[in-house]
Design a protein around this ligand. Sequence first.
Ligand code: NAD
Ligand code: DAU
Length: 332
Amino acid sequence: MRLLVTGGCGFIGSNFIRLVLEEHPEDEVLNLDKLTYAGNPENLKDVEGSPRYFFQQGDICEAEDVVKAFAWKPDTAVNFAAETHVDRSITSPEDFVRTDVLGTYRLLEQARELGIRFMQISTDEVYGSISAGSFTEESPLRPNSPYAASKAGADLLVRSYVRTYGVDAVIVRSSNNYGPYQYPEKVIPLFVTNLLEGRKVPLYGEGRNVRDWLYVRDNCRAIDLVLRSGRSGEAYNIGAGQEKTNLELTHIILEIMGKGEESIEYVPDRPGHDLRYSVDTSRLRELGWSPRQDFEGGLRETVRWYRENAAWWEPIKSGEFQRYYLERYGDI
Ligand code: NAD
Ligand code: DAU
């Protein structure tokens, strides 16, 4: 495959590119990334020298950048590029509408013109919150944050390009990922690095919200499978069925890191905070996927990675992130 990957310098995109280069020796990858605060070329330092890896700095919202990337003549495009942090979408929604909706439109236009396969990396958040049971791919989209609404807008555009223009497209909707190279604004790397720095961890509300934790490598294997074997026009949920309340998650992290209850700082809740996400993954499992990583093992591995890779996250936490953190969390 000649794969155009957008947003490949982010958390999941970089893990995905590494997996493709490792597992498909015949594949070539062009990574189109704007390098926003969340995009970090360090995430792909180890593959930079590969003759099968190419990089273009560019914005998926800019037609010129997108046309240039498609001139590389990919046979498939996978769109990871997005603004991804729910809390930032609450304070600055415009960036989300621009990148997550307009950017997806620009890519779809090129996929349509060139007649190539398109994959949209979406999220379980497009369905909204569910107190019991799980969402299937046919459940209505009822997003609750500006982030989730922008991602839902992109999903609907993809659907419309399949129906109207016959574009060969698939969508994946993943649950919460964790693992190496995740930007420390997200709860697991934030809590782990705070504890490594001797700080407390800011837990929203009473910590009752539930997330289904999926190891990033398992997510990337599922994405790769759907990319190659998924039915055109379909969406596929991806989740590991490892649901934890945030309080349970926090206790496991504290236990792994040898810290106590006094390290928790309860802070005001996120506005519109979804209580629980849960997706039915039967459709994906029919393709032959199942998660390999159990949650506690994956979390231990992740804590070890952040412990051993302070050189990766310390510059982030003392750079752009510092101002963001101080405004949000004060001196916690
Ligand atoms: P991330 O924030 O770590 O990385 C996003 C990447 O996109 C960065 O490299 C950034 O530079 C790039 N980017 C942003 N705007 C761009 C633009 N306009 N043009 C080109 N590049 C741009 O994100 P992530 O956590 O790796 O998420 C990747 C995708 O997976 C997103 O689409 C997200 O919605 C989806 N997703 C994430 C999770 C999760 O738990 N992290 C779960 C489900 C779905
Ligand atoms: O469900 C998939 C989604 O998971 C992705 O689409 C998003 O891109 C990704 O950011 C993630 O969204 P969440 O809002 O679930 O992730 P976050 O890490 O921000 O928060 C996870 C839970 O932890 C959530 O219930 C809020 C809580 N939390 C988060 C932060 C940052 C805290 O209690 N304290 C915090 O400081």
